[in-house]
Design a protein. Sequence first.
Length: 294
Amino acid sequence: MTTPGGTYRIGDKSVKRLGFGAMQLAGRNVFGPPKDRNAAIAILREAVAMGTNHIDTSDYYGPHVTNQLISEALYPYPNDLVIVTKVGAGRGQAGSVHPAMSRYDLTRAVHDNLRNLRLDVLEVVNMRSMISDATPAEGSIEEPVTVLAELQRQGLIRHIGLSNVTPAQVAEGRRICDVVCVQNLFNLFDRTDDALVDQMALDGIAYVAYWPLGGASPLASMELSSLARQVGSTAAQLALAWLLHRSPNILAIPGTSSLTHLRENFATATLELSPDLIRRLDRMNRAGLLQSDH
Ligand SMILES: NC(=O)c1ccc[n+]([C@@H]2O[C@H](COP(=O)([O-])OP(=O)(O)OC[C@H]3O[C@@H](n4cnc5c(N)ncnc54)[C@H](OP(=O)(O)O)[C@@H]3O)[C@@H](O)[C@H]2O)c1
């Protein structure tokens, strides 16, 4: 039996591998305020009370909403709390999401994050490539990463990460600055980044899996539910536990607007999985079906 959880480093900070993604705390479609502001604040406080010290956010969530909720709920911040934010996208009047990777946009986004999080320096800023919004797409990210590196030299950012990027873009970014984390889509059903996860592990770089529960398309299949029942967990818990087993450099940032789900998600840190169960989960395909190993 093996137990997931534990810690990994982002830059020079040790963080719990189970973090909290704040995106679900904004209004519908990550736009505007939450339905229940007090409930959102309670969730953030409970996430920290349950022991995580890693919160993922962005000032374009809302926009401004999740960062303002984080500062209202948690400021002054615990010493060990690592708030990771991202820049690279902007929001239209009706909630549309568009690229915002110019020098002006990135500088403004860093200052917006600082103001709304009530910080003098941002611990980690991910440069979120918007060459394509949906999936990583090739193209140079030299210009935006160079801007972030300059803001880092000015003392506004401690560490730089990359998000929604290809392996070539990770290599390009690392030629410009020290990259402490890569945040891409990765979960039990979508392992497009398998090779990148392994490469980052070899290089000692955190791989932060977004959509660990499938995002808007929850990870669900008869097989997954059946395996979850065997260990007395839910499908979501088993998917999270598998993720933490996949590689020691994987950090998961499940998002939720529910206290019950938050507690269930943190409970996966102690979920024990047998080698046989891990092998079966490893064989799951994109539809959540168990593939034969013959
Ligand atoms: N870098 C990027 O481009 C990028 C893109 C997307 C997201 N992110 C980051 O990744 C984080 C996670 O992504 P996400 O929130 O979109 O997707 P997710 O964590 O994969 O899934 C969230 C969905 O799962 C539900 N959920 C959460 N816990 C559950 C549980 N225990 N049982 C059943 N359902 C559960 C949530 O609904 P309830 O609210 O009802 O619990 C919500 O609908 C975000 O908060 C954000 O910080 C980054």
